[in-house]
Ligand binder design. Sequence first.
Ligand code: NI
Length: 186
Amino acid sequence: MTVDPASLKLQIHPAACLREKCKPVEVDDELRAIAARMIEVMRSAEGIGLAAPQVGLGMRIFVCHVPPEGEGPPADDAPIACAEPEVFINPEILAYEGPPEPYEEGCLSLPGILGEVRRPPVVRVRALGLDGTEFERRAGGLLGRCWQHEIDHLDGVMIIDKMTQMSRLKNRTALKQLERRGRRGR
Ligand code: NI
């Protein structure tokens, strides 16, 4: 498989690639180039996280950058931000802590849509880093929520599938418009 990282672009709902279940990947130079490009795409779209399906790739990798400033959901005592962009390869959720709580989320692949999603406040994740080494991390607040959101993407799951009933109603028109635009080829 060869991917030209420069050709990777943000994919918008209802693009079919957003609904695929991604496959585990090997860490090599090509993957490192893809990760670097994903960080660029995330930054230029002013997002805090981006998963491979959002640039059209069915690979189990996501990037995130949740800056320390700003408000977020409760975090217990877990880290809630990361100073630099981070890359998670073949990530797995090892444990959830605490009962699910609602918090408003958006998604770069769902412009104009914001809705409440219930998730556990703290999560523990295992993944490979860019050097191929396995690591385990725990996070809460916006960071823990971002990890859960991005790992959902790797299974073809989006916030529109998980939103509360109220948020579904609130976003119904915006979602229909997005889908109509998608069918027309944007
Ligand atoms: Ni998203």
